[in-house]
Design a binder for this molecule. Structure first.
Ligand code: EPU
Length: 444
């Protein structure tokens, strides 16, 4: 176990470069199973989720060679079709190997996936689509595995009941080598999916976005190896941007993902947040004169991303008046609230009124745990102070780091393994910007 000791009160200043997007790197690693040839990936972030995914690949019989931020992945002579339970528990996306394994080897055994604790996170939408493509899939509760087999996947026209980012990717990864044409309707539009598609197309896949929320895949008989650079991580940009604003600093993101952050900029415009687009790839973020209380509602792309609501909540502690956040994608993504309250934030939960929750919310309403709330009210301005903090998930963790940087005094953050899942050496990069952070191994 490791913790951060953070001395707050120092503004973040300087230039920062975003690492490769976690939510692309993980899926492109899975895509390596679709070819016998070598896949060379660049801009791969050194984060523990990617390490875990590379372990999954190795457990299946794939050779992985790391060179700086590049990874060479090539399948060995033997391929196993079963993901070990322990690896599956570490990483939700390990379940995504099911599509390539079924398409190429007709069999796959995958554990019920783990990942961040931000709700039930079932994969029923993935499984339903794969079954429609001709896979027989059974979940055996006594061993915790999905057992899947197929004598050949075939193309389908499939309409997702609700948005699913990784579900869309799972079906793409299954359909690229399936017999015939697959049309995925009501498919997710998150830009990370398009980066995965970009890599698959370079490997020889035939995939196009054919209409709004529609993806068409013409199955091909084989894919080849290729070289591909992963897009920068827009979620990192939001974390750094808010960090600069709440610490009273000024940073420039040098590989800014402006075109993928429209809804974040819209929210900043409403709140009076400090940002300036210096060029297409450079954005300056700085402390504004004052911030206005602003209401946001998370949504599927192109709406305000669920991954951004935790840092946004910290920003709103510095805005004058009452702000609200309505989380609509996951049923339990406010774990950071109790920690922000320890730091002096004034936040309370509420239940936003919605017509028909079962169709309104992105998660499965019927499976929701009683007692969760989908809304918070933040009353600002509050001065944040030091506290001893713990974190339950990745975005909550990164949010507590920037909160502690903005707070007075010395804070202790336990469980930084959560942050290491998705941010490469966050303390080193923030230290370069003027933060005071120490990583300490905790005595057990
Ligand atoms: N859902 C189901 N059944 C399914 C699939 C999804 O009930 O079969 C529910 C989920 O539980 C959730 C909602 O539908 O409540 C949306 O889930 P989605 O599948 O879209 O999300 P995800 O694929 O699990 C990915 C990212 C998340 C990001 C969301 C939204 C990866 C590895 N994860 O999750 O990223 O927040 O899409 O864009 O790509 C993060 O990086 O910290 C993170 C959580």
């Amino acid at each position: 176990m490791e913790k951060f000791i953070i001395s707050g009160g120092n503004p973040l200043k300087g230039e920062v470069s975003l690492g490769g997007a976690k939510n692309v790197a993980l899926k492109i690693c899975v895509a390596s199973l679709l070819t016998d040839e070598e896949l060379v990936l660049h801009n791969v972030p050194h984060i523990s989720d990617v390490e875990a995914m590379l372990e999954v690949l190795k457990s299946l019989g794939v050779t992985v060679t790391l060179q700086g931020s590049s990874v060479r992945i090539k399948r060995g002579p033997i391929i196993h079709i079963s993901v070990p339970l322990e690896l599956g528990a570490r990483l939700r996306t390990s379940s995504m190997v099911i599509g390539p394994l079924l398409a190429r080897f007709g069999k796959a055994t995958i554990p019920n996936p783990g990942g961040c604790r931000i709700g039930a996170r079932p994969i029923d939408r993935h499984i339903e689509g794969l079954r429609r493509m001709g896979a027989a899939i059974e979940y055996v509760s006594t061993d915790g595995f999905f057992h899947a087999s197929s004598t050949g996947l075939h193309g389908i026209t499939y309409t997702f009941g609700k948005n699913t980012h990784t579900g869309t990717e799972t079906l793409i990864l299954a359909a690229v080598l399936a017999e015939g044409k697959t049309v995925l309707k009501n498919s997710a539009e998150e830009v990370e999916i398009d980066d995965l598609i970009g890599c698959l197309v370079k490997m020889g896949a035939r995939i196009k976005r054919t209409a709004l929320r529609e993806i068409t895949i013409e199955g091909v008989s084989r894919l080849r190896g290729t070289e591909y650079a992963i897009m920068p991580d827009r979620n990192e940009e939001v974390t750094f941007a808010v960090g600069a604003m709440v610490t009273g600093g000024e940073i420039v993101v040098v590989n800014s993902q402006q075109r993928h952050l429209s809804s974040f900029f819209d929210a900043l415009d409403r709140a009076g947040g400090g940002y300036e687009k210096l060029s297409d790839t450079k954005t300056r973020y700085f402390k504004p004169q004052y911030l206005l209380a602003t209401n946001i509602q998370t949504a599927r792309h192109p709406g305000f991303m669920t991954d951004w609501q935790a840092p946004w909540a910290v920003l709103m502690t510095q805005a004058t008046g009452e702000s609200t956040i309505h989380e609509t994608v996951f049923e339990s993504r406010f774990s950071y609230v109790s920690e922000l309250k320890k730091m002096g934030a004034e936040i309370d939960f509420f239940d936003p009124e919605v017509g028909d929750p079962a169709s309104f919310y992105n998660f499965n309403w019927a499976d929701r745990v009683e007692g969760y709330h989908q809304g918070i009210r933040i009353h600002g301005v509050t001065k944040l102070h030091n506290a001893i903090l713990t974190m339950d998930d990745l975005r909550a963790g990164a949010t507590l780091v920037i909160s502690a940087l903005a707070a007075s005094g010395q804070s202790y953050l336990q469980g930084v393994e959560q942050i290491d899942r998705g941010y490469e050496k966050i303390e080193v990069r923030l230290t370069v910007l003027g933060a005071h952070i120490q990583r300490i191994k905790e005595e057990i």
